[in-house]
Ligand binder design. Structure first.
Ligand SMILES: [Zn+2]
Length: 589
């Protein structure tokens, strides 16, 4: 028999089997036993929290003739047919793949026919927010005049994308993230049933990594199982989840708390070299720092949570570190974590984070406001940071400057990191930060600007995350801080936050090839990609608009299908067309 994923095999078949949604299951069971069934429900909540499972259990319970206390019997013909997905009266639609108006029109046509076998016809529409506007309108018409014995269950991870007119016609249930301890309990139960040997710590690591989704927890568990021979080991769990071992985390936190920037940067480097995810690492450090803080106030809680495996190093660290230092660290970690979510270079942020944390560790209780200047841009630029030049020459600042220099060399290390295929290709000339910046190729940029459209740019921006995911790890590291800023049928202009990464990208032909191939697959055209440093982009754009003012005016006049309003400045109109209203800022001459 083919292997079946754990989350399928262990999908709950009764409300009481569902994990972490007690309020919802109790309400639904109560509605069934008291026969107060609504004709439309909205199940909203994060992925893997049981929305479609609850929908199917509900469909069974209202149709099962042996229902007790709102639970289906799961044994009668109707129950079994719904479980297997073979009952024609229970229709599951995945809006992510059926987003057309046609499918919903089809519902409108068929909805008026009474259920053939069951008492109720149930439509379960998953990821309902993906429906097109036309489909929503068609659905709304059906919900406005609901036929008897028809129930709609709309499930979504993004309720804010559903029109209010639809939401107001449903009874809404918000599914919660599942607590790590709940998914831990469930996994332990399943592992015991399956007679699998497991390391308790490993299951905890998986529960934490799943972030509130039971399906994710079981998928990770599946992966960890496939690594080991019917065994869940801590190593495999760490490998699968990308979490950092407790020892490595402990080392890192000890180093920053001791103010040893150099050693902490080295530890960070080995974490990243092991392929660990920067965001995951930040989360792990936050978790560690919170545990330290918690241990100072309620050691038994940490002992319990860690199943009694609290190390002596951890205890020593908790005893000697002032709570104030810990709070300062957590604040810093949270701030960096927020910044890392957006178009940033997470590795660089982690290096800055390490310097800041070490500063906090060295001077417990001292505000670290002067460190605010050490943003990635300042660190990557070749000029001294403002903090060092604005008359704040305290010893701490001098020391900080020294550390920023260290960071720069760390950045330089990144910059000089070999391309993945280095062994096969002759060594590329090293790009030195002190070397004059590689000049921007206007001959390639201007033709793209000449025919760029907002529409094309939108298309590109939408495909961008997928495009980056198709690159190798090293290529992705370079491109992480980039974004398309203009696009035409003749090419794409991509801007970089850091000039050293711009330098790196322009000299990497393999990267350009990979991007163009990716574009070919994703948008059907291998558009040439041109790079620019982000700080030079506004100037390039402005110069282009100035130089081509007359031409742009002529173009605008020569387009009868798009008559310019008398008051509109054709250059501004063209600029808005190219870059969108929000980023056009043409100053009056
Ligand atoms: Zn039944």
């Amino acid at each position: 028999m083919a292997y079946q994923a754990l989350y399928r095999v262990w999908r709950p078949q009764r409300f009481d089997d569902m994990i972490g949604q007690e309020v919802i299951t109790r309400t639904l069971k109560n509605a069934i036993t008291t026969n107060q069934i609504s004709h439309a429900y909205l199940f909203a909540g994060p992925r893997g929290t049981g929305k479609t499972s609850a929908a199917k259990i509900f469909a069974k319970a209202i149709n099962c003739h042996h229902q007790t206390d709102g639970e289906p019997c799961n044994e009668c013909e109707t129950c079994r047919a719904i479980t297997d997905g073979t009952l024609n009266d229970v229709i599951e639609i995945d809006a992510a793949s059926n987003n057309g108006v046609e499918e919903i029109r089809d519902i409108r046509d068929k909805v008026k026919y009474a259920p053939t076998v069951a008492d109720y016809k149930v439509y379960i529409i998953d990821e309902v927010h993906m429906l097109s506007t036309g489909a929503f309108n068609a659905l709304l018409k059906t919900l406005e005049e609901p036929p008897a014995n028809v129930i709609f269950i709309l499930a979504t991870t993004e309720p804010h994308k559903i029109p209010a007119t639809i939401i107001s016609r449903t009874q809404r249930f918000d599914f919660k993230r599942i607590a790590a301890s709940d998914s831990y309990d469930r996994m332990i139960y399943i592992l015991k049933q399956k007679d699998v040997t497991y390391d308790d710590q490993a299951v905890k690591v998986i529960a934490k990594a799943a972030e509130g989704g039971m399906r994710d927890a079981l998928s990770i568990l599946d992966q960890a199982l496939s690594f080991g021979d019917n065994e869940i080991t801590l190593d495999n769990a760490l490998l699968v989840t990308g979490s950092v071992t407790h020892e490595l985390l402990a080392t890192y936190v000890q180093q920053v708390l001791a103010g040893d920037t150099k050693a902490a940067l080295a530890t960070l480097q080995s974490v990243l070299e092991a392929g660990k995810d920067a965001e995951r690492f930040t989360e792990d450090v936050i978790g560690y720092a919170r545990d330290l803080l918690l241990y100072q106030q309620a050691p038994q809680l940490v002992e319990e949570a860690e199943m009694g495996s609290v190390s002596d190093d951890f205890k020593a660290l908790a005893e000697k570190t002032p709570a104030q230092t810990m709070y300062a660290m957590i604040n810093e970690l949270n701030a960096i974590q927020q910044q890392m979510r957006f178009t940033t270079h997470p590795d660089v942020y982690l290096e800055i984070l390490t310097i800041k944390l070490a500063e906090i560790g060295r001077q417990p209780g001292t505000p670290v406001a002067t460190l605010a200047a050490a943003t990635p841009n300042a660190a990557a630029a070749s000029t001294p940071t403002p903090a060092a030049t604005e008359g704040q020459e305290t010893p701490a600042v001098a020391e900080l400057q020294h550390e920023i220099d260290q960071l720069r060399s760390a950045v330089k290390h990144l910059e000089q990191a070999p391309a993945p295929t280095k062994a096969a290709a002759p060594a590329k000339p090293r790009v030195n930060k002190s070397a004059p910046a590689k000049e921007v190729n206007l001959a390639k940029i201007y033709p793209v600007l000449g025919s760029a459209t907002r529409e094309k740019l939108n298309q590109l921006q939408e495909a961008w995350p997928d495009l980056l995911n198709s690159l190798s790890v090293t290529q992705r590291a370079v491109m992480k801080v980039s974004q398309p800023v203009a696009a035409a049928d003749s090419g794409v202009i991509v801007a970089f936050d850091y000039s050293f990464l711009y330098q790196r990208a322009t000299t990497d032909n393999e990267l350009t090839d990979a991007l163009e191939n990716g574009l070919d697959r994703m948008i059907g055209a291998a558009l040439p990609v041109v790079f620019v440093p982000k700080d030079e982009w506004p100037v390039i754009r402005k110069n282009y608009l100035t130089a081509h003012k007359a031409e742009l005016q002529n173009n605008a006049e020569g387009e009868p299908e798009e008559p310019a309003t008398p008051a509109a400045n054709p250059v501004v109109t063209k600029a808005e067309e190219l870059f969108g209203k929000e980023i056009v800022d043409v100053k009056k001459d």
